[in-house]
Design a protein around this ligand. Sequence first.
Ligand code: SF4
Ligand code: SF4
Length: 368
Amino acid sequence: MSLIDLASANADEAARQMGICNACRYCEGLCAVFPAMEERRTFGLGDVDYLANLCHNCGACYHDCQYAPPHEFAVNVPVAFADLREESYARYAWPGAFAGLFARNGLIIALLTALSVALFIAGFVAFNDPGALFAVQTGEGAFYALMPHNTMVALFGTVFVYALLAMAMSLRTFWRATGGGSVSLAALREAAASAARLRNLDGGGIGCMNEDDTPTDNRRFYHHATFYGFLLCLASTSLGTVYHYAFGWQAPYPVTSPVVILGTLGGIGLLIGPAGLYHAKRTRAAELKAASPGGMDVAFLAMLFLTSLTGLALLVLRDTAAMGSLLAIHLGVVFALFLTMPYGKFVHGLYRFAALVRHATEQKADAP
Ligand code: SF4
Ligand code: SF4
């Protein structure tokens, strides 16, 4: 097997293992990775980055592998791909000068969160007198008594547009490096269906390997709770924006409002999902844990959990003197989440989706 265009020890190792798997092919029914591998004879950097991001880390191929350690071939595809995936996020970061943020991701997120919360508290005090932070404020528009709506929109709009731009540029580089080409609507539809059901996290139909060799669907459930929780929160925020601009209805909204109902359901998902994924990560069998420290995963899960916790606390205590402080903490956490999105674990969803689109495209090209 000739290995071309390899840039790192992790990429070399993934290519070595794919060379063995491509000769063996025992696991071809387990997930999308093995059929995608069979499309290739050599594994350049773009190929292994693509396959690593197509892998959903279910662990099934490790448990099925006759060449896993202590065999001298030492095949452990989930770990080889997990290490390479983390490295690939930095490789495609935009701008490239920020790629190093991935390596110190946990520390940077913690610092930026603390700084953002402090800035929102300072901002609230600057817009009002210091006592306003602890005053009881209720009714429509209560949040904007602490910071004008337009100021909030300008702050969050700027950081959100930057995050979208950075992620779009990263995604474009990834797509080109892993083969480029056009995208059909049918491939997009198929990738979306696969992502929505996490088809590749089912261990070939029996569930995901986690703490031992008994498969369960726990990780898929917690991943779903996180993903759909995030989407519901996004829907809640978007609907709130429509209410504000189209109807002139100002937050906070009554608990029976669809904005609050969507946000609450999403918030519950974002408590259960990240907590469950963190537990699954902690208890995962040692042989399935990536060699890299994994601080990025924990930082991302912590940010999602904190976003939800502070949002729900604000909902419960919004008619009390704690509202001002809780609003500042919640906005600070969300602001830091947006700011660090392009340089943390959030990008795994983008690259994995792009890999699913490529896989669907290749499968359609092969279809008779
Ligand atoms: S993981 Fe092991 S059993 Fe599965 S295809 Fe690769 S070498 Fe074969
Ligand atoms: S998705 Fe599961 S079976 Fe497929 S390569 Fe990754 S760990 Fe192996």
